[in-house]
Every structure is written in C-alpha cells, then in structure tokens.
Design a protein around this ligand. Sequence first.
Ligand code: SF4
Ligand code: SF4
Length: 386
Amino acid sequence: MSSALKEKIKHKAKEIGIDKIGFTHAEPFYDLEDKLHKQKEKGFTSGFEHDVIEERIYPEKIFDQPKSIIAIAVAYPSKMRSKPPRVKGERRGEFARASWGVDYHDVLRDRMDRLIEYIKDETSDETSFKPMVDTGELVDVAVAQRAGLGFIGRNGLLIREEFGSYVYLGEIITNIEFDSDEEVPFGCGECTRCVTACPTGALLGDGRMNAQKCLSYQTQTKGYMPKEYRRKMGHVIYGCDICQIVCPYNKGVDSHFHEEMEPEPEKTMPLLKPLLTISNREFKDTYGELAGSWRGKKPLQRNAIIALANYRDRTAIPDLLKVVDTDPRPMIRGTAAWAISKILKKEANPEVVGFLEEALEKETDPETIQEFQEAIADMKARYDEA
Ligand code: SF4
Ligand code: SF4
C-alpha cells in the first residue's frame, strides 16, 4: 500500500484529535506467549483481561487475513485546571486520572470510527477493520510499542517522551498492508522509581505486575477489599496513579488537548459522605460518564467508606452507623463497621460497641460476621487499655 495513504491517514488522525498514530505488521506477538501464560499460572492476572490467551497473541484468530495494526494514542491531562474549594471538615475522595472526563473508551472508539470511515472512503470496498480499546483481545501496550508509539516502562505503561505515560491507547486491525514504523528503544535505564514507590509491591520490575496486588484492581472489585490494602488505598476511590506520578518521564507533563477529557472537579474529587447513600439514579446521572463508574456504585461506596476511615473522620460516625443499620448490602455494612473501629481508634466507646453488637446479631453472611466481630474486638481491646 502506498506511503501516500499512510501520510494521509496520519494527517487525518491529527485532524480528528488523535495525538499519535503508528503502524505495525500483524504478525503474532510471540514474545507475549510465555509471559501471558506464566502470569495466568501464577494468578497475577486481574480477571478483567480477555481470557483466551491465543487470541491476545495471534491477530489471525480474531480477524480474517490481518495485514497491519494501526495504533493510536490520545493524551490526557495530569493536573486539574481547578480543584473544588477546601472547606474545613469536608472530606473528598479522588478518581485516578484515567477516570477524568468522559469515559476514554467512548472517546477513543469515536476517534477510531471516524478514522476508519476516512480510510474506507480512501480505499476499496474490500478493506476491513476491527477497532479495540482496552477491553479488546490484543494487549494495547504491546501493539503500541511495536507500532513505535513509545516503550513499555517498568510500570507496565506505554511511555512516550512528549506525553509521558498519560496516554490512552487504541488499535485497529486491518487487511490493508502498511509499512511498519520504527520501535522506540526501552528508556527506563537504571531507574526503578515506580517499582520502589508502588505501595503494595505489585510491580515485578520488568514491566509486568501482579495485578491482584495492584490498588487499581483492588478499587474495582465488588467484594470486601482485603484489609492489607485498605490503609494503602488512602482516599483514591478509583484507580491508582502512584507509579505514574513518580516516573521522571511524567515530570511537568500535562496535556490539555481535548475538552471532553477535562475533569469536572466535583465529580473527580467527590465529597465522600454523600456517596454513602447516593441513589442509583443520582449515581448514574452524576458519575455515569466516567470510566470509573463501569463497575457500578458498590465498589466506589465501599472505597468511600475506607477513605473516610483513612481520614479518621469522626464526623462521619453517624453516617457510618446509619449504613450499618440500614444498608441492604452485607459487604457495605461490614466495611462500615470496620471503618468505625478505625476512626474511633483511640477511644473506648461502649455505646458504639453496643450498637455494633446489636447489629451483629442480625448478620448472617460469614464474612460480614467476621468483620463485625473483629471491629468489636478491636474496640473492646481499648477498654482494657483505658
Ligand atoms: S497503580 Fe498503584 S498499586 Fe498499581 S502498580 Fe502502580 S503504584 Fe502499584
Ligand atoms: S519510574 Fe523509572 S523505571 Fe518506572 S517507568 Fe518511569 S522511568 Fe521506567
């Protein structure tokens, strides 16, 4: 296929808001085969990945006669233009940057659809395309790296000098043959900052991670968050940006190219207490367009409770007691009981203990019973100390 078409596509990509585009052949990703199998065997996957490994490696298993893959990158901001006003006593949570603005899946899909339309107009009827973002079969960072968009850092993210790792990635498999672009060499050098800074030790040091240990994954699960991660979660109720923030490639990088990616401060730094009792309708209306809402309100409410505990917010005690008393979901009640015991860490409070003991009598879910028992035991231990 002519390089003139490639140039036209690059030009069009820029016009429709794609910040970087690269092209690569559609040969299998052989170097991933061993890695992906090992990750699965070791239980290092999150379960959110496409589960047929062969389809992640061999483009021909998911597309008829693939010839090339077009990789795209869209840069997103790393700093908010404005933050919500600081009001004494008001505690806010935070969404990680990949959940700022409109859900990037929608933004990228729209960009890719427009690009495909353009390429179709420029080529014959026999051309075909399969676009994907994040939840598709192929491994985004592997495609992007091979297509010359950047290198995969030790934090497992694609890094490109001008945008750092603050980029969303998408790819399009096609039966059009394009010349491959040149790969960018690995640029971490001796640096291991992200590996050291990761609070849970999730990064393995070679670009892979134990996803089960990653706070980004842990904030998206629907059951109890294991206790070892609760304190480490801090007040970030969705995702985690630590291994991006510490990366020298991200220093001073803050791309504000796309209006739909600008965060609304009240949404991305929400007040925590109102989240505890938000209705489904209100949740959908307020947070529905954020990527961070994809698992529904339950994980975010659980995380809001954990964040209040991490703030040691005493003013949240009445709200949390109400959750214990009235919330229909055992995991949410149990997390609230845990949070109460953490907030009242330094005092013996027989009234609250009595309240929790009464609530415990109604619990039937084994995990929730255990959460209550531990919270009560923890608080009672303070009688002895007092
Ligand atoms: S996102 Fe957070 S928890 Fe996950 S690997 Fe990076 S620093 Fe560690
Ligand atoms: S922090 Fe250092 S090791 Fe980690 S991705 Fe950035 S440059 Fe690479």
